[in-house]
Ligand binder design. Structure first.
Ligand SMILES: *[C@@H]1O[C@H](CO)[C@@H](O)[C@H](O)[C@H]1NC(C)=O
Ligand SMILES: *[C@@H]1O[C@H](CO)[C@@H](O)[C@H](O)[C@H]1NC(C)=O
Ligand SMILES: *[C@@H]1O[C@H](CO)[C@@H](O)[C@H](O)[C@H]1NC(C)=O
Ligand SMILES: *[C@@H]1O[C@H](CO)[C@@H](O)[C@H](O)[C@H]1NC(C)=O
Ligand SMILES: *[C@@H]1O[C@H](CO)[C@@H](O)[C@H](O)[C@H]1NC(C)=O
Ligand SMILES: *[C@@H]1O[C@H](CO)[C@@H](O)[C@H](O)[C@H]1NC(C)=O
Length: 365
C-alpha cells in the first residue's frame, strides 16, 4: 500500500514539473514556453477590422454583408467571405485570432496584435486621412511596447518582442494612386520600398527580429484590372499593370537581403505572392479551385467592379453560390479558400516560393 501511495505522489510530482517546464509566466499570465507572438502590419489583405474604427469611405470598408458570410457569419471588416491570411497564420502558430489594434477596450498583446488598415500604403500620401498609414502603424507598436513593459517588465517584454514574428504586406495601394504616374517606375518603387525598409529597421530598433514579408501579386491578372481595360475578353492578364509590381519585387528582395548585413539578428521570410497568384489565377484546378480570374462578388466583366455589398459607387452586384470554389471574393481580395492556400505556402512552402526561411521555421526558431 505504501509503495502505491508513493507512486501516486511521484506521478503528481512529474505532472506538475511537466507543466512548469512547458509554460512560462508573463506577469500573471502563463503561456506555453514556445509561445511566439504575431504582430501584423499592412493593408486590406491583412486588415481584420481596424478600418471599422476610423473615419474612412465605404471603398475601404468591408463591414457589411456579404463580407464575412461564411466563417464568422457577420461582417467583421475583413475583405473576404471568411478568414484572411493573418487568421490562418495565427492558427498554424497555435495562437488565437489576433485582434485589431483599434478594437475598443484594453488588450493584453501577449499574442500580438494587428495594425493593418485597408487602403494603407508605405507612403503617407496614399489615401491620406482615410487610412492608418504604415508609419502610424509603427507608432502603435511603440504604444504596445509601453503597455507590455508596464505589465510584464522590461526583460520579458524584450524577450516577447524578439521572439515575435512581424508580418507585413504593403505597397499595392501605393501603385494604384494617381501620384504613382508622376514618377519613373524606378524612382517611385525606391520610395515605396525605401519607406518599407525604414519601417523594418524601426521595428528592429523597437526589438523585432523575425519578419514575414509578402511581395506584390500579379495585379494585371486581377478582375479589377481586367474590367478596367476594354477588349480583354480572352481573360488573359494585362501585363503592363503588373510592371510596377515586378520592379517592386526585385527591389524588395535585394533590399531585404541587404538588411541581413545591416541589422543584427535580422531573419526574414520573403514570400513570392506574385508567382503564386499568377499560378492560381492561371490554373485554379491545380489548387482545388474552380475559378481563378473571376471574382465571387461584384459586377461587370469578371465581376471586376468593386461593388460587392452594394454600398459603394456601383450598387448592383452578383454573388456566387460557393465562395470556396473561387480564389477571389471581390475584385481584388482572396476568399477564405484563397487565403488558406496562400497561408499554407507561406507557412511551409519550400525555397522556390519563400525564403530564406518559411514562417514555420521563423516561428519555431
Ligand atoms: C470624417 O470625414 C468626413 C469627410 O472627410 C468629415 O466631413 C467628418 O468631419 C469626419 N468626421 C470625423 C469625426 O472626423
Ligand atoms: C502627390 O505628390 C505631391 C508631391 O510629392 C504631394 O504633395 C501630394 O500630397 C501627393 N498627393 C497624393 C494624393 O498622393
Ligand atoms: C518615403 O516616402 C516619402 C514620400 O512619402 C519620400 O519623400 C521619401 O523619400 C521616402 N523615403 C525613402 C527612404 O525612400
Ligand atoms: C471602353 O468601354 C467603355 C464602356 O463600355 C466605353 O465608354 C469606352 O469608349 C471604351 N474605351 C475604349 C478605348 O474602347
Ligand atoms: C545596401 O546597404 C548599404 C548600407 O545601407 C547601402 O549603402 C547600399 O546602397 C545597399 N545596397 C543595395 C543594393 O541596396
Ligand atoms: C517546391 O514545391 C513545389 C510545389 O509546392 C514543387 O513543385 C517543387 O518541386 C519543390 N521544389 C523543391 C526544390 O523541393
Amino acid at each position: 500500500m505504501a509503495s502505491e501511495k508513493f507512486n501516486f505522489g511521484f506521478l503528481i510530482f512529474f505532472l506538475c514539473y511537466g507543466i512548469l517546464i512547458s509554460t512560462q509566466c508573463l506577469g500573471n499570465i502563463c503561456v506555453p514556453k514556445e509561445h511566439v507572438a504575431l504582430f501584423v502590419f499592412g493593408d486590406s489583405f491583412f486588415d481584420v477590422g481596424n478600418n471599422n474604427y476610423i473615419n474612412t469611405t465605404t471603398d475601404l470598408l468591408a463591414n457589411y454583408p456579404p463580407y464575412g458570410e461564411t466563417f464568422f457569419k457577420y461582417p467583421s471588416g475583413r475583405f473576404s467571405d471568411g478568414r484572411v491570411i493573418p487568421d490562418f497564420i495565427a492558427e498554424y502558430a497555435k495562437l488565437p485570432l489576433i485582434q485589431p489594434y483599434l478594437f475598443p477596450g484594453s488588450q493584453l498583446y501577449i499574442n500580438g496584435v494587428n495594425f493593418a488598415s485597408a487602403g494603407a500604403g508605405a507612403l503617407v500620401e496614399t489615401h491620406q486621412g482615410l487610412v492608418t498609414d504604415l508609419k502610424t502603424q509603427l507608432t502603435y507598436l511603440k504604444n504596445v511596447k509601453k503597455v507590455l513593459r508596464q505589465r510584464l517588465g522590461d526583460e520579458e517584454t524584450t524577450t516577447l518582442l524578439a521572439k515575435a514574428v512581424y508580418l507585413i504586406n504593403i505597397g499595392g495601394n501605393d501603385y494604384f494612386v494617381e501620384n504613382s504616374s508622376l514618377y519613373t517606375h524606378e524612382k517611385y518603387v525606391s520610395m515605396v520600398v525605401g519607406n518599407l525598409t525604414t519601417v523594418i529597421k524601426r521595428i528592429h530598433e523597437i526589438g523585432g527580429r523575425k519578419f514575414g514579408i509578402l511581395n506584390q501579386p500579379s495585379f494585371g491578372c486581377f478582375p479589377i484590372i481586367k474590367a478596367l481595360v476594354n477588349g480583354t475578353k480572352s481573360g488573359s492578364c494585362i501585363e503592363e499593370y503588373s510592371a510596377l509590381a515586378k520592379v517592386h519585387n526585385t527591389k524588395l528582395s535585394v533590399e531585404l537581403h541587404n538588411l541581413t548585413k545591416q541589422i543584427k539578428g535580422f531573419k526574414y521570410s520573403y514570400f513570392d505572392l506574385y508567382h503564386l497568384s499568377f499560378e492560381v489565377i492561371s490554373n485554379p484546378s491545380k489548387f482545388g479551385l474552380k475559378e481563378g480570374g473571376v471574382a465571387c462578388c461584384g459586377s461587370g466583366p469578371y465581376n471586376g467592379y468593386h461593388s460587392c455589398g452594394g454600398k459603394r459607387e456601383v450598387k448592383d452586384y452578383d454573388l456566387c453560390d460557393n465562395p470556396s470554389e473561387y480564389l477571389l471574393f471581390d475584385s481584388t481580395h482572396p476568399t477564405e479558400a484563397g487565403s488558406r492556400i496562400i497561408s499554407q505556402y507561406m507557412w511551409s512552402g519550400n525555397q522556390t516560393i519563400t525564403g530564406p526561411y518559411n514562417l514555420k521555421t521563423l516561428f519555431e526558431e
